[in-house]
Design a protein around this ligand. Sequence first.
Ligand code: ATP
Ligand code: MG
Length: 362
Amino acid sequence: MRQSSPPIWVLGAGQLGAMLQTAGRPLALDVRPVDIEAAEVPRLEAGDLVTAEREQWPPTPVTDALSQHPRFINSRVFGRLADRKTQKALIDELGLATAPWAPVDQSTQAAELHQKFGERVLLKRRTGGYDGRGQHWLHQSRQDEIPDDWHEQAIAEQAINFDEEVSLVGARDAQGRCVFYPLTLNLHLNGILMGSAAALARLSHLQKQAEQMLEALLQHLNYVGVMAMECFRVGDRLLINELAPRVHNSGHWTQAGASINQFELHLRAIAGLPLGQPRLKGQSLMVNLVGTERNDQWLSVPGAELVWYGKEVRPGRKVGHINLVAADASDLELSLKQLQPLLPEVYKSVIDWLLSQLPQTP
Ligand code: ATP
Ligand code: MG
């Protein structure tokens, strides 16, 4: 008779925490997301497990209690990856390819950044940026200056003229075994993920390269659980853009498209259960719903699986996503064409992009 698993507390109660909780149910894993602003701190027992749905957090009674628990998994990793400067230094230390970068110190001048990186330089806040917030472009021809409050608070990156953006989601267990999903192709608009497609045969030759990069990081950090690695594809070369020590938006397609989704995979890893090897159910697509009012007619689209986060809709806010999976690309094509008029105009380019990724049917 196996012992029942301890509660798994999640630092944060957003959509990722909710989806972790949902994924725990079939395995009777007691996953408990905690709102970081909650007035009451839950009573944690010594044998409980703690994980996080976010890589950084402000000090609150809840975040203090959860992050200081002795079984807060990967506790030493978060600080290191949540700061882009230490994250980039780690990637360099392991000799992995990444967008060329430099720290922005008190005395750093725009001119020296342009000398290193050329006409366009991207400043990124070291902490707190997401969905393209916390970015600032410097153009040499405009003689842009580094804004005062970006000194010490940012890194500078060379503008990468990438072919496209891909990500790899994978997990490591406590014994060091790793499993990976196939590379996901991602479309970002204004810094926000809008659509994903996996798996694509034309990217399969990059799979080993990506797995070796992420595995090097996972092993070096003794990491346990799911991590996501966002990359730029430049020809046949992958450059790491950034790492997320958690389940990731570009892995949401696995809810419909894989026998073990990324949320369950993360729980299996941290609870010491066999990771297994996810099996794919077909060609998967995801449409991110960003600042979009809910339309129940989406549910009439064949095969559409809606995950609605139940949050207030605000511009630029991720409020849900729609997954589609099918063995046959022509089924996906029909579904996308039915979905398109049910979405706001801005999604036309997203749907067209997804259509363009489908394997050509004869
Ligand atoms: P996330 O929400 O994924 O955490 P983020 O806002 O924290 O994103 P990044 O992923 O670093 O930050 O950047 C967002 C997007 O901006 C990227 O997906 C890419 O489209 C673009 N971008 C980032 N860095 C560069 C670069 N060096 N050159 C060109 N484009 C870039
Ligand atoms: Mg990103």
